[in-house]
Design a protein around this ligand. Structure first.
Ligand SMILES: Cc1ncc(COP(=O)(O)O)c(C=O)c1O
Length: 444
């Protein structure tokens, strides 16, 4: 990787009210580091799985639903992403955010690699425990939990959890006093794809109330957590969040006499295409605010979801209908959409990329330029693409330009569709909630 000049001189001690402006080196890191793709997608294996499945379907005679959309999941990609994580953030122990994609085989692979888990609910905890994972490898990272779920965590010895309000501390005192608590602080996530700090996190100005309550109730505070927003793009917020966490570490010890905090939880928000930069910014912020000389025993953890799930899954959908609007303009209807596995368009602000997979009895998997949102001479067919429900909201793309004149029976695929897709699919209009997943394990 290109050497990056880091200029630390401008960094002042954390301020409570007025956060420092983005450190210069964050911008210079973005300038100098060539984005590194941590994985080389296993195209041959993915294509082979897609092809075999489609070749086995006879459009004319198949049973209803045999031509349903389906996923190809590459377990080898999980391994590659893990290797890359380990290489770039060796000090940071990942706790995979199960909510992002709770696929059983993905969870099992991550567990076998030694990755731990961030669970948001009783069901997610149950799912992870059922894999044989010890409860001390789970963080219940939901700052507002139902009392019955807190009791469930207590019963199952899940000790680590996050909180951001006084009321939660009273519930925890009552139902799970042995909890090991991480105080979640807010971040500046204004540029993230999905903001989280609008809902969760305590502002620095208000942590006193929480620290006081921890002290008064005799609870066990072990660390600080944050999340810079899912699909975060402003890396300076990562830097500022680490700085703010240090502020809470210092305050807890110096003003409230609490035992030294042991865990820094840097949350999620990592993406494969910016990971080289974000890991660099994070490592540097950790070195600056939690230097090993003073924080040798500090445990640093993270809650990545999207990073491990997005590129692991490819979705294939069937063209079920077409409405011609002109010679080279049409509405294309496919059998999955925003109420199904492409709910990420609504909830996660994703813009899935359609590519022609099968047209005119031929496969076009490797035609990576078979579509674009921009008009081009090589892409003469203007389409809008729609899901199968009767709702007008069920639109995958309003305008795309395609190389091929798609017709009923053709197949389209969407790469990188594993994050926040199947986990929030609904059976609205009677369309199946879960579709088949074909697993491959490409070489690492
Ligand atoms: C508490 C918490 N941790 C981790 C994640 C995972 O975030 P990402 O998929 O952006 O890594 C989320 C996402 O909503 C979250 O709410």
């Amino acid at each position: 990787m290109a050497a990056v000049q880091l200029d630390h001189k401008f960094v002042s001690t954390p301020k409570l009210v007025e956060p420092a402006s983005a450190p210069k080196y964050v911008e210079s890191a973005l300038d100098y580091v060539v984005p590194e793709i941590p994985h080389k997608q296993a195209h041959d294996e993915i294509f082979d799985a897609l092809r075999k499945r489609i070749e086995a379907i006879n459009e004319e005679t198949c049973e209803p639903g045999d031509e349903n959309s389906f996923f190809v999941c590459d377990i080898g990609e999980v391994q590659r992403l893990y290797n890359n994580w380990h290489k770039r953030l060796p000090r940071v122990q990942p706790f995979y955010a199960v909510k992002c994609n709770p696929d059983h085989r993905v969870l099992a692979k991550l567990a076998s690699l030694g990755v731990n888990f961030d669970c948001a609910s009783k069901t997610e905890i149950e799912k992870v425990l059922a894999l044989g994972v010890s409860p001390n490898r789970i963080i219940y990272a939901n700052p507002c939990k139902a009392s019955s779920f807190i009791r469930y965590a207590a019963k199952n010895k899940v000790l680590k959890s996050t909180f951001d309000n006084v009321e939660e501390l009273h519930k925890i005192k009552k139902y799970h006093p042995e909890s090991q608590l991480l105080l979640r602080i807010t971040t500046d996530d204004s540029t993230a794809q999905c903001r989280l700090s609008t809902k969760y996190g305590c502002e620095l100005e208000k942590v006193d109330e929480l620290l006081e309550t921890v002290q008064k109730l005799g609870l066990n505070l072990i660390g600080v957590s944050f999340h810079v927003g899912s699909g975060a793009s402003d890396l300076s917020s990562l830097y500022k969040a680490v700085r703010d966490a240090r502020f809470v570490f210092d305050k807890a010890a110096s003003q409230y006499g609490l035992p030294a905090l042991q865990i820094l939880d840097v949350g999620g928000g990592f993406q494969f295409d910016t990971f080289a930069q974000s890991s660099l910014v994070l490592s540097d912020a950790i070195d600056e605010f939690f230097p090993t000389e003073s924080f040798g025993n500090l445990q640093i953890i993270a809650e990545p979801g999207r990073y491990f799930a997005a590129t692991t899954f490819t979705l294939a959908v069937n063209v079920i209908a077409k409405r011609n609007l002109g010679e080279q303009e049409a509405m294309i209807y496919v059998n999955d959409g925003v109420y199904g596995n492409m709910n990420c368009i609504l909830f996660d602000h994703q813009e899935p990329t359609p590519r022609t997979l099968y047209h005119n009895k031929q496969f076009h998997y490797y035609d990576f330029d078979s579509s674009s949102t921009k008009k081009a001479a090589s892409l003469p067919h203007k389409v809008s693409m729609w899901g199968p429900t009767c709702d007008g909201l069920d639109c995958i793309t309003k305008e795309h330009y395609m190389k091929h004149d798609l017709v009923t029976g053709d197949w389209i695929y969407f790469p990188n569709l594993g994050a926040y897709t199947s986990s929030a699919a609904t059976p609205f209009n009677g369309f199946e909630q879960t579709v088949d997943t074909i697993y491959i394990e490409s070489s690492y």
